[in-house]
Design a protein around this ligand. Structure first.
Ligand code: SF4
Length: 436
């Protein structure tokens, strides 16, 4: 392949970011030069997200925006990822400006796609292929890395399109994960984040549930650094997982457990395996053990009544999650929920969304204010571009989704290092600390 300037946009979740990093890994073995602006690119790649309405709209808008650069000299526009996997047939019709489509298991074919397009041919590869890509170019700060432990999902929540996009649960071999983690640690990564659609089911499809064992092994490799675990399905959080996390001081006392709702009738129509009672018991237990908890909720699910919304609001008030995200239900074609009666009107969804967000803002501010005067261990992420102040995160602040900690220090700080800070002030979601 001739020398080529390539610009890549990565949309969606951390799992999609890893796919982008693998594509960069494949390209790093060629004459590709990655540029940081589309107007100097020969080839533009958009790695899309496609699981709910808003994410799909953002992907389409980005593709159309990048297509404009074909008039300014870009020779190829390639769309990859979940939107391509889910809608390549429709997109081929609707977006003639796109030259190639790669699905979620075709990233290894990026060079074939580029060569075909530069040879004047359209290129599509969206079949489900076996792939265990190794070699990636990190797009996170050098001290931080996401590590995917499994792809796909077999939970089949009634509203979710991900199993149709990414297939059933497919766990990576533990040896492959641990060897990647060792390389990352040796390469200077001081915070590793284990991710999957549902990390708690890791290993079930290759023998037996093995997340607790994996956390133990990974924590040993990350000695002197931090290990964080995201996307834990409530019902999958076992004693073994909790015990292993507590046994290792470098495992963040943090758990991301998407509850989605607290009304039992809504949970059963969502095909979720947990109940209000089991959710409350788990949250209270983890809080008693000192865990910081993140969750996500869906408002406006088909058939959700005022009473269901009140149940959610009451649980949000009483359980006091430190971190909480809210999604308005999106009817996704191909899902059972999209065919359910009593779809909730958009304006009602927005009202319920704003109610929960307002509640959580108050709760989060209270929790952050409560940390003033306390000491906290932080990892330095770098310098905030706007304020010129050091920024970092506590164990209770996951990258990209939670608040941050502003750090004032008389001495120079290095990204990826750990320090004790005294919390001096707090906002709704962020903290202000000082290194003594
Ligand atoms: S667990 Fe998550 S990814 Fe899996 S089906 Fe449910 S919502 Fe989708």
């Amino acid at each position: 392949m001739e020398n080529l300037y390539i610009y890549i946009v990565s949309l969606g979740c951390a799992k999609n970011r890893i796919d982008t990093e693998h594509m960069l890994g494949v390209l790093s073995g060629s004459n590709a030069v990655i540029v940081d602006a589309p107007d100097s690119a020969d080839v533009i790649i958009v790695n899309t997200c496609g699981f709910i309405h808003d994410a799909k709209q953002e992907s389409i808008d980005t593709i159309l925006e990048m297509a404009k650069y074909k008039d300014a000299g870009a020779r190829a526009l390639i769309v990859t990822g979940c939107l391509a996997q889910r809608y390549s047939k429709e997109l081929i019709e609707e977006l003639p400006e796109v030259d190639a489509y790669l699905g979620v298991s075709s990233y290894s074919k990026i060079i074939d796609a580029i060569e075909a397009v530069l040879d004047g041919r359209k290129y599509v590869s969206c079949d489900r292929l076996d792939h265990d890509l190794t070699g990636r170019v990190l797009t996170t700060p050098a001290h931080l890395a996401y590590v995917r432990i499994a792809d796909g999902c077999s939970n089949n929540c009634s509203y979710c399109a991900i199993p149709a996009i990414r297939g059933p649960l497919k766990s990576r071999g533990m040896k492959s994960i641990l060897s990647e983690l060792s390389d990352l640690r040796a390469g200077g990564v001081s915070e590793a984040v284990l991710i999957a659609q549902d990390t708690t089911r890791y290993g079930e499809d290759i023998g037996r549930p093995a997340l607790s064992e994996l956390i133990g092994e990974a924590a040993d490799i990350m000695q002197g650094g931090w290990l964080r675990v995201m996307y834990c399905y409530p019902e999958g959080v076992t004693d073994a997982i909790i015990d292993t996390m507590l046994r290792h001081s470098n495992v963040c006392r943090y758990m991301d457990i998407p509850m989605q709702h607290f009304s039992d009738s809504v949970l059963s129509r969502m095909n979720r395996r947990h109940t209000r009672e089991s959710s409350i018991a788990l949250v209270e237990r983890l809080h008693d053990l000192g865990f910081v908890l993140r969750t996500s909720l869906i408002v406006g699910f088909p058939g959700e009544t005022e009473a269901d919304s009140d149940i959610m609001a009451d649980c949000v008030k009483s359980l006091k999650f430190e971190r909480l995200g809210v999604f308005r239900y999106s009817a996704e074609e191909g899902t059972r929920a999209a065919l359910m009666p009593y779809q909730v009107p958009d304006e009602e969804k927005m009202k319920r969304y704003e109610t929960v967000m307002a509640l959580q803002e108050g709760i989060s501010q209270q929790i952050c204010q409560g940390q003033i005067g306390q000491k906290a261990r932080v990892i330095v992420d770098g310098i905030d571009a706007q304020t010129g102040i050091y920024v970092g995160r506590t164990m209770g602040q996951a990258p990209e989704v939670d608040g941050i900690t502003y750090i004032s220090s008389k001495k120079d700080l290095t990204a990826g290092t750990f320090h004790d800070v005294l919390i001096k002030d707090a906002y709704e979601y962020d903290l202000v600390g000082e290194i003594e």
